[in-house]
Design a binder for this molecule. Structure first.
Ligand SMILES: *[C@@H]1O[C@H](CO)[C@@H](O)[C@H](O)[C@H]1NC(C)=O
Ligand SMILES: *[C@@H]1O[C@H](CO)[C@@H](O)[C@H](O)[C@H]1NC(C)=O
Length: 275
């Protein structure tokens, strides 16, 4: 009884394995046939896909799809696209947005073409960042361009410096790497992996230029200034010192002025008594 059950289970396991193998092979072959070309598009610019097959039967019409869905059934493309030149040329009306990324295909007769559209990634950081020494710092790298790529970080001591240290991945090795290990990467407000750089307690030595880069896009940087913990106190202490010095000067001056006056009155009195 136990053996029979074991055998049937084994059979079930084998057949299911064979099925998934066959499925993935079929899918792999399907993609291989289409060979989607990876195309990067600029957000807020045009998207145009040309699918002209010169020798195609002119009586047939081009069939366009996005992510395996007929193009006119794609919600985010509703009233936002046009097909021209006998439906051979697809374009997005007006400006392309972040959600236009995905797999596009066209087919006519036995011929087909496929594109994998990705938004050209752009990373943004504020120009300047200030933090008070000892406080927590979270640098947010804003990313535009889906699918969101991996975000990487680098550090330079100054804007002129050629010495660039990667942050967040490598640990150990030298003073800078030691600093790098104090940082950790988190998802940013948009949920992009590694796009927020966090430091629990900023030190004066953390000041410098931090750059983030989304995928192969252009990096952007922020200049981090770490302010002295007593920075707000110094002007106040300065005013106190000024007041103190002024008071001291007035006191000394008053003392010097009143002493001779008293002497004068004394002599005056003597004179009066004498007369
Ligand atoms: C964008 O579209 C406009 C109008 O449809 C066209 O004049 C322009 O050449 C297009 N630009 C690109 C880069 O395709
Ligand atoms: C597009 O196709 C590729 C495989 O060619 C796949 O990895 C990717 O997830 C697809 N993109 C979308 C948005 O479905």
């Amino acid at each position: 009884m136990g053996q029979e059950m074991f055998l049937s289970l084994a059979l079930l396991f084998l057949t299911s394995g064979a099925l998934t193998n066959a499925q993935s092979e079929g899918e792999a072959r399907g993609f291989a046939e289409l060979e989607p070309a990876v195309v990067y598009y600029d957000i807020n610019r045009n998207i145009t896909l040309n699918c002209t097959f010169p020798n195609a039967d002119k009586t047939l019409t081009y069939l366009w799809k996005k992510n395996d869905k007929a193009i006119n059934e794609v919600p985010e493309l509703k009233e936002r696209f046009k097909l021209e030149e006998n439906n051979a040329v697809f374009s997005v009306k007006g400006r392309a947005n972040e959600d236009d990324y995905g797999n596009y295909s066209c087919a006519l007769g036995g011929e087909a073409r496929a594109w994998e559209l990705r938004g050209r990634p752009v990373a943004r950081l504020p120009d300047n960042t200030n933090v008070v020494e000892g406080q927590k710092l979270k640098l947010q790298c804003k990313v535009v361009g889906k699918p969101y790529p991996r975000v990487t970080w680098t550090y330079r001591p100054t804007e002129e410096s050629n010495e660039t240290v990667p942050l967040g991945e490598t640990e150990g090795e030298g003073a800078e790497a030691e600093g790098a290990a104090r940082w950790r990467l988190e998802p940013n407000e948009q949920g992009v992996e590694g796009a927020a750089l966090v430091l629990e307690a900023a030190a004066r030595a953390d000041a410098g230029v931090y750059a983030c880069r989304a995928g192969a896009g252009a990096p952007d940087h922020t200049v981090l200034r770490v302010k002295d913990m007593y920075a707000a106190l110094w002007p106040f202490l300065g005013i106190c010192a000024e007041v103190f010095v002024l008071c001291a000067i007035i006191l000394v001056y008053e003392k010097r002025r009143t002493k001779p006056e008293l002497d004068d009155s004394d002599t005056d009195n003597h004179d009066q008594k004498k007369s």
